[in-house]
Design a protein around this ligand. Sequence first.
Ligand SMILES: [Zn+2]
Length: 288
Amino acid sequence: MTRPATHAADESSIGTCLFCKSTGPFTTTEHVIPESLGNDDLTLQGEICDSCQKYFGKEVERIALSKTPLAFWRAFLGIKTKKGHLPSVDLSQPRKQTGFLPSVHPIHDNVGYTFHDDGSASADINDPQMVQDIREGRKTSFRLVMTPKMLHVLGRFLCKVGIELICTTDRRRARSAALARARHYARFGEVEGLWPIFQFSTGRLADLKHSKQEGNEAVEEVLCYSYAVLDFGNRYLLFRFTIGTDNWVICLNDPYPHPEIRNAFPDCHLNLVWYSKGQLGDRKESSR
Ligand SMILES: [Zn+2]
């Protein structure tokens, strides 16, 4: 059975904030993809209120860009900050668990990376025991665990970007009832469970950066990110965000990890990165 796609928006919601339905003010420009990932032209004006923009910047984007795999790619790809610095990334977990969603995992290695102008990279380790284990050959790789808290932030980030992307071409569809849960999850973070995220890898690291000649100058081209919104099977409205070799996929109109979503990417191996409600306990978190 297929459900009809619901694109109709309540007409009265046009002109109010996409996420909180307030009447503004709307004085600042919303970047659909954060400026710190290099986006300077995909923007919205008059759709997301100043207060929601401020909230997303502080509570969603800042964490997504410093503590999830997006942070790693941002540093690896050398996407410079607005001040022209190469970002470094600190993937260490908090010292102790706070809040309801697990944010600390015992096997996670607390490391950071700094990428340098000459293309080299160094690992930043603030743990003498780990340094000794590496020197003496007992440790040969780092384990980075995607905690529920990390997936929660990544899911909210993807919902926010996907909905805003739709809004750039179809503001009614972005406000449709079918996307109400995703809008609410992005903005208020209330969870009955985590929003499911699928991940797959494409391409090779070596292909992400390549040099080309422009006149007398060698210019390095870096593929930073790409994205797509796709209607699959007249039922699933999917958003794909690609950064580095990682592809992240969420279903904007249904927070359930339906296995057939994998068929939208037939040649790829999609992993579901998710914790079910039973794995999270039954309390709710509100980050309002
Ligand atoms: Zn708002």
